[in-house]
Design a protein around this ligand. Sequence first.
Ligand code: TRH
Length: 380
Amino acid sequence: MSQLKTRWDIFCTVVDNFGDIGVTWRLARQLAAEHGLAVRLWVDDLRAFERICPEIDIHAEQQSQQGVEVRHWPAEWPSTEAADVVIAAFACQLPSAYMDAMAEREKPPLWMNLDYLSAEDWVVGCHGLPSVKYKSVQKFFFFPGFQPGTGGLLRESGLLEQRRQFQQEPAAQRQFLQALGVEREANSLLISLFAYENAGLASWLDVLSADNTPTHLLVPEGRILGDVARWLGVESLAVGDLHVRQALTVQVLPFVRQDQYDRLLWCCDFNAVRGEDSFVRAQWAARPMLWHIYQQDEDIHLDKLDAFLTLYTKGLSAPAAEAMNGLWRAWSAGQPIGEHWLEARAHWPELQDNAEKWCLEQALQADLAAALVQFYLNWI
Ligand code: TRH
């Protein structure tokens, strides 16, 4: 692929949170590192970027990071030549002057919209279809997904081997956790919690604190902290805080860089994740998990949740599948999950096995970056 040296532009508007930048930064790095492409990543909010990549200079209009040319996407668009391949992430609107620059090229670029991730069946039928046209430039839909016929999931080369090796090395895990200030008690259940505000949290913490097994709950700084603080009965929580309530230890972690977050997921016995990118990373961690789906108008996210559950639980026995369905649906609806958690715990080995199998099954598909490159090769 490297002999092509095509130029790729990826456009990212940060709507909220970290998923938009999280996905595009991961993709940009992988296209540059594994496919030898010249990648520019245009981002309108460098502060959000800095949270997942602390080396980012938030004042620089242009900088090179890990083989990617990072460009601030300014309100006043600078005159720029269009690239060979243009990716608009999550239906973001490209600057009109850039669209003109695309149309002025002798050979129009391949223009794609990288869509949101969904397990719904219609995705297979829509992936790769032509979308709108601007002058001579045709736009295409590119859908990530879990099923053959979709664009797949972001997965760096060697990721699963690295993960497996790390999970087989208790000393490496201990060292990693210690650097975050975490001392794990032997035989405790280690859980990471990354979620939006959730009224159902208290019921979960009630059950964890009353359990016979000790639980160590690691909560990266973020939106759920208010609910955790309320349950603990403290005014606020900050990085480094540690509180013990019966069998439950709650510890607040800093928001770490993306590669460290992977390691955190790999260390934990159970990961609560949200949005899109952390949701996928928890699947590569191959441990039982819980997804707080991003809420959308008219509850359309519930269809997405059910579509994923149908795929993810297909290999489980009926009672284990029921436990997972109950847990996930209640969590994303902000309802109490204590009872559902206990049901899930009753099927733990089966859920662990399923997480590993699901990970392996998903890894059979081409990864999203490779699928994008293949799409381009088929198009030229
Ligand atoms: O932050 P999210 O909720 O992001 C999004 C956005 O809301 C977006 O608008 C929406 O479309 C999308 O969800 C569905 O969740 P997500 O996608 O998991 O992104 C979080 C990123 O932050 C991910 O790349 C992992 C990273 N991260 C770290 O790098 N370090 C950390 O400590 C943590 C907790 C996360």
